[in-house]
Design a protein around this ligand. Structure first.
Ligand SMILES: [Zn+2]
Length: 346
């Protein structure tokens, strides 16, 4: 309960460090689990996600008939991505007309997004190219390209999706998260590059303009949340959620460490279908990778209203670093967070 915080200095001697755990178990495992789980998707997952033709090419290493693919004569500017997992593979500027019957590219997008392996099928020795993220079969790589790279990535259209360049990138978006005491998580998100504003407040309850005291009773249905304004061209929602799942324990229903009650529940409030999809997919990836020993209790709910808490709750950690609660509970979280996310700090 938050009453705990107000009497904290008086009872602190009676608490052991273990009791004050804020339970941020997984650290960097969260990031790697999200990236690795595409490789662990089941056959039935792919059968459901892909068309029969895509499944044949991407998962069974099939080849589409030449001169039949939808991207063969396609000339728009943009990025060709893996049709299975969305991994960015080729820029349109690397596409050229090879007259071989399949879309051809002279180089891949940097960053190890494609992997190769020797393919002895069809009585030949060829270099197979696969999506490095999901393992989907793309096609083959040849050293007979006519451009300066000398390469020809011969790719099935069925293995590719396309994103037009003109898609305007949003410069501002908002995400609202509940993960226990808002003092703790506010301090974390304020450190991240691309986050322009973080406010503490309440969401998800019944009555309008609840006071802190009312929310603390646990009877209003509100959750202590942080509302994060961020620039998606600098930091994506998936990165924000990696931080979120690193600094709080999503497996304890209606509780974070010593803070107990529905106002401390773990919840992601989504504003649109895209946010909902990202949230549910990260949760399912973390479950699949068994990052936590207990099931994830984080709820994904439609956002309704955000009520900003009064000024004494804003920037609480920054303004109260000498406070015992900050030193004992928030500071250790911050130190661990800063280690894991050191490349993303302001
Ligand atoms: Zn892929």
């Amino acid at each position: 309960m938050h009453t705990l915080k107000t009497i904290f200095p008086f009872i602190i001697l009676f608490f052991s460090l273990a009791f004050i755990s804020c339970a941020q178990k997984p650290k960097s495992q969260v990031s790697s689990a999200i990236e690795n789980t595409w490789m662990q998707k089941s056959d039935s997952f792919w059968k459901q996600k892909l068309s029969d033709e895509q499944y044949y090419v991407l998962r069974e290493k099939g080849t589409e008939k030449p001169y039949t693919g939808k991207w063969l004569l396609h000339e728009d500017s943009g990025t060709y991505t893996c049709a299975a997992c969305g991994n960015e593979l080729f820029g349109s500027s690397s596409k050229f007309e090879s007259h071989c019957g399949w879309p051809s590219f002279d180089q891949e997008i940097n960053g190890g997004k494609i992997k190769t392996q020797v393919d002895h099928s069809m009585g030949m020795q060829r270099v197979e190219i696969l999506c490095a993220r999901c393992g989907g079969h793309l096609g083959h790589l040849f050293d007979d390209g006519p451009t300066s790279t000398g390469k020809r990535y011969c790719v099935n259209s069925l293995s590719l999706s396309f994103e037009k360049e003109s898609k305007p990138l949003k410069t501002s978006d908002t995400l609202t998260l509940g993960g226990g005491c808002f003092w703790c998580i506010e301090a974390v998100f304020e450190q991240l590059k691309g986050v322009s504003k973080v406010e503490s407040g309440f969401s998800g309850g019944k009555n309008a303009n609840p006071s802190y005291a009312q929310v603390c009773t646990g009877n209003t249905g509100h959750v202590e949340v942080v509302q994060i304004i961020y620039n998606p061209s600098i930091i994506g929602m998936d990165e924000l959620l990696k931080a979120y799942f690193t600094v709080h324990d999503p497996t304890t229903l209606n509780r974070q460490g010593a803070d107990e009650g529905t106002q401390y529940r773990s919840v992601i409030f989504y504003r649109n279908e895209e946010q909902k999809q990202i949230a549910t997919s990260i949760i399912s990836d973390l479950q699949l990778a068994k990052v936590y020993s207990n099931p994830i209790a984080t709820a994904v709910e439609a956002f309704t209203t955000f009520y900003k808490a009064d000024i004494s709750h804003q920037d609480y950690y920054a303004n109260n670093k000498d406070n015992a609660y900050c030193q004992m509970v928030i500071q250790p979280k911050m130190e661990k967070f800063e280690k894991v996310f050191k490349d993303r700090l302001k």
